[in-house]
Design a protein around this ligand. Structure first.
Ligand code: AHM
Ligand code: MG
Length: 335
């Protein structure tokens, strides 16, 4: 079959053999994410009707309590994965601690843990700006048949077996990797099917876009400030274009398609940056590398960092390889 009309479901079946371990479990897991993404998408698309259906925290006309969309997304992903008995544990930006999923027979038979940011950039929903879901999948380290422990979650990003995001933008897209390149699927909302629209995505070696909340310039370190001055200098292909939506999935996705760098650095008020290593940085790093790009904390490869806590934050530089390398050169100069 040509790529032109290939659905996500068909893609998963065809590529199952190339998935690491390929027991069919990972394919079922990605299928579950696909389903949850469609449900969350449906709810997000109604968000503009908030005056009619009631705002979060209010009771709507049907007498139902309205949930905040990030809590809703968290519940849908959790419920779908638990109902389908497909993971042994879940960690989420929306949960204080990890969730053990024993299975209905309490045998802890499953092998994968999933980490997610169920709705990143959710404050953007009120102003009709794109948001996204980010996910990251690992094999458990502890033996099958026992409940998962924190060790199953605190793995370095290089252990990921799959990672991806869903961008709820002008269209809804699911982009993911299983360690064999990056593929993007666009939802046809009329029939509820994702189609392979962006096969084998590659990010340019270098680009012309830099994405950072430059308003905090005065709070950044010397290396970051020097790099930003470099981005704005008139020299060669510079000055670069500044594009910052403030929604990681949307900023990352644009740079993946066009070439560019996204940075959330450390600052005086955010000494470790803002983004979470496990839910945001590792999955995006895996996708960036699989697309030929790069991701670091300014000094170290993101996927080599050994996590010490679930909600750990790190500074994050990702995008076109040469741009990330250049930003690291400036960071090293003022270390
Ligand atoms: P969230 O997980 O609370 O939604 O925060 C993450 C978001 C990212 O999507 C975005 O890149 C960043 O926060 C924007 O932060 P800032 O407003 O400080 O620039
Ligand atoms: Mg987030």
């Amino acid at each position: 079959m040509t790529n032109k009309h290939k659905t996500l479901g068909e893609f998963i079946i065809e590529n199952q053999q190339s998935f690491q371990y390929s027991s069919g479990e990972l394919a079922r897991l990605i299928n579950s994410i696909r389903l949850a993404a469609k449900v969350v998408n449906h709810e997000i698309r109604k968000a503009g009707l908030v005056d009619i259906t009631g705002a979060a925290g209010e009771i709507n006309v049907q007498g139902e309590a309205q949930q905040k969309l990030d809590v809703y997304a968290n519940d849908i992903f959790k419920e779908t994965l638990i109902n389908r008995e497909i993971v042994c544990g879940i960690a989420s930006e929306e949960e204080d601690d990890f969730v053990i999923v024993e299975g209905s027979n309490k045998k802890n038979e499953n092998n994968y843990v999933l980490m997610m940011d169920p709705l990143d950039g959710s404050s953007n929903i009120d102003v009709n700006v794109s948001v996204g879901t980010i996910f990251s999948i690992y094999r458990r380290l502890t033996p099958t048949g026992t409940p998962v422990t924190i060790d199953d979650f605190l793995q370095p990003g290089r252990n990921q077996v799959a990672a991806g995001y869903v961008a709820y933008g002008t269209s809804t897209m699911m982009v993911f990797t299983t360690g064999d390149g990056v593929n993007g699927f666009t939802l046809n909302p009329a029939i509820g099917t994702f189609y392979l629209s962006h096969p084998n995505m590659k990010i340019k070696e270098t680009g012309k876009i830099y994405s950072i909340s430059e308003g905090y310039y005065a709070h950044f370190g010397k290396g970051m400030q020097a790099y930003l001055n470099y981005c704005k200098e008139e020299e060669g292909d510079r000055p670069y274009t500044a594009r910052y939506i403030g929604s990681l999935v949307a900023d990352f996705h644009r740079n993946l398609l066009k070439g560019g760098i996204y940075i959330y650095p450390r600052s005086k008020t955010a000494p470790n940056g803002k983004l979470r290593l496990l839910y945001e940085c590792n999955p995006m790093a895996f996708i960036a590398e699989q697309a030929g790009g790069k991701a670091s904390d300014g000094f170290t490869r993101v996927m080599d960092i050994v996590p010490t806590e679930l909600h750990q934050r790190i500074p994050f530089h990702t995008g076109s390889k040469q741009m990330v390398i250049k930003s690291e050169e400036f960071m090293a100069k003022y270390k």
